[in-house]
Design a protein around this ligand. Structure first.
Ligand code: NAP
Length: 315
């Protein structure tokens, strides 16, 4: 007979790992399924400066590794697999991966969000060839080169400062003339002699034959079009896109209630519209998407899953 887990957690970012830790520590039979590396978005962060108690030596990947170790130490099972389908309506939930089917009394959805694409010509073809969505992963490739960063939120400003440690010059291109990023980050970027700002502008096309060699920029106020190219000696320029994130809800559309921009709607106990199905972290409709709120969501979801199982299943 197939095993019946108490809780299956989909996603091993901070929300999923925190849920795993709390569920396993409560002696629930817990399975965490992740298709990529553990840690989610924090694996692309050099420093998690605003996580209470964090010290500069603890990078995003290190924090994620520690969270996973804690989860394992309490007895959660973790597997790497790509979930293909979820059947969440019935009392017994079914999760199908490419290779197997898993059953559970409750499910915690913690698939997070992925970087939004700009959707301009050249972006897709040149991703990994000068176009990047992860500064920690790729900034070093652009040592002494020129870089354009697109976006005006916390991520764009924070990562531009990080990239400036490597690049010769960083231009932050934002579609408006005011940033939505925190004042402290705007100040830090403004004081950085390597960083310049281009307002009311965006990319029309990324240029390059094999590698990024330039970008066509457009000023949205004046309509002016400007082509910028990498220095001939450099032969390459960097394009970093930090224009927000999209919730990873493809697998649950039609069964779990989403808001009009695609995030899962829950109550403050992380309960979705389906019995025994909870959501945690960036995938959820919420006012603040941070590691600290993701781990909080995960803990609440696991405790609520435990209560749900107690009330609805006999030993
Ligand atoms: P975000 O806050 O959603 O900002 C996205 C930025 O991209 C905005 O400036 C937006 O412009 C721009 N944008 C969106 N679509 C665009 C398009 N099609 N073309 C051009 N520009 C586009 O995303 P984020 O900066 O990644 O932050 C995500 C969440 O993580 C936020 O809650 C943020 O506070 C948090 N975060 C916090 C920290 C920190 O506290 N240190 C660090 C990183 C992220 P508009 O402003 O015009 O809409």
């Amino acid at each position: 007979m197939e095993e019946l887990y108490d809780v299956i957690i989909i996603g091993a970012g901070p929300a999923g790992l925190s849920a795993g830790l709390y569920a396993a520590r409560a002696k629930l039979k817990t399975l965490v399924i992740e298709r990529d590396a553990v840690g989610g978005q924090i694996t692309g962060t050099s420093e998690v400066a605003n996580y209470p108690g964090a010290v500069p030596e603890v990078t995003g990947p290190l924090l994620a590794k520690r969270m996973a170790e804690q989860c394992d130490a309490f007895g959660a099972e973790r597997i790497k697999a790509n979930v293909k389908q979820m059947f969440l309506e019935d009392k017994e939930k079914r999760i199908e991966t490419e290779d197997a089917t898993y059953k559970a009394k409750s499910v915690i959805l913690a698939m997070g969000a992925s970087p939004r694409k700009l959707g301009v010509p050249g972006e897709k073809e040149l991703t990994g060839k000068g176009v990047s969505y992860c500064a920690t992963c790729d900034a070093e490739f652009f040592t002494d080169l020129e870089v354009y960063v697109f976006g005006g939120g916390d991520t764009a400003l924070e990562e531009a400062v990080f990239i400036s440690k490597f690049a010769r010059k960083v231009t932050i291109v934002h579609r408006r003339d005011t940033f939505r990023a925190a004042k402290s980050l705007i100040e830090k970027a403004s004081k950085n002699p390597k960083i310049e700002f281009l307002y009311d502008s965006g990319a029309k096309e990324i240029l390059g034959d094999g590698m990024v060699s330039g970008v066509i920029l457009q000023n949205y106020k004046t309509g002016e079009i400007k082509e910028v190219y990498a220095d001939e000696a450099d032969g390459l320029m960097g394009i970093f896109m930090f224009v927000g994130y999209l919730p990873q809800t493809e697998l649950i559309k039609g069964s779990v209630s989403l808001n009009d921009v695609g995030y899962i709607v829950t109550d403050d106990k992380m309960q979705t519209n389906l019995n025994g199905v909870f959501a945690a972290g960036d995938i959820r409709e919420k006012p603040l998407r941070q590691v600290v709120t993701a781990v909080s969501d995960g803990a609440i979801a696991a405790v609520q899953a435990e209560k749900y199982i107690e009330a609805n299943f006999e030993d």
